[in-house]
Design a protein around this ligand. Structure first.
Ligand code: DAT
Ligand code: MG
Length: 149
């Protein structure tokens, strides 16, 4: 089953949107497989955003993500990598569609509330960066037959 890494960034946690974000993924039908509130070290932040290390916004991004706790999650389901990105919305909250998390709650690209892996390979890299194997729980919700034909 496909898995993706989702992180509620410091702005989402500080603004009290943890429950709202989790609610949206649950309501969609994805399965929560890992969950933790944590402070992010400089090293983890730099590794996570390694692809952006040459970008002008890299330092600001790392400073932001290490400034206050985040909620790290793994979600599972058919097509969850692309599906979670749809639920999250476009990178810039100003152009993100209403009905998406960023479109409904954000204003600024540097405060876009949430991260989601952008591809299946990225997801697997990010999941192993943020979670140990024993922190992930494999389970099947009993409502599965009501979500899948
Ligand atoms: P996404 O988070 O939608 O995958 P990304 O991987 O291109 O977007 O960039 C990672 C984060 O970096 C993004 O969530 C917010 C920040 N960011 C991206 N482009 C930016 C820009 N032009 N100015 C400031 N921050 C930016
Ligand atoms: Mg990205």
């Amino acid at each position: 089953m496909e898995r993706t890494f989702v992180m509620i960034k410091p702005d989402g946690v500080q603004r009290g949107l943890v429950g709202e974000v989790i609610r949206r993924f649950e309501a969609k039908g994805f399965t929560l497989t890992g969950l933790k509130l944590m402070s992010v070290s400089q090293e983890l932040a730099e590794q996570h955003y390694d692809v952006h290390k040459e970008k002008p916004f890299f330092k600001g991004l790392v400073d932001f993500i290490t400034s206050s706790p985040v909620v790290a999650m793994v979600w599972e389901g058919d097509g969850v990598v692309a599906g979670a990105r749809k639920v999250i919305g476009a990178t810039n909250p100003l152009t993100a569609e209403p009905g998406t998390i960023r479109g409904d709650f954000g204003l600024n690209i540097g405060r876009n509330l949430i991260h989601g892996s952008d591809a299946v390979e990225t997801a697997s890299r990010e999941i192993s960066l943020w979670f140990s194997e024993k922190e992930l729980v494999t389970w099947k919700p009993t409502m599965m037959p009501w979500l899948h034909e």
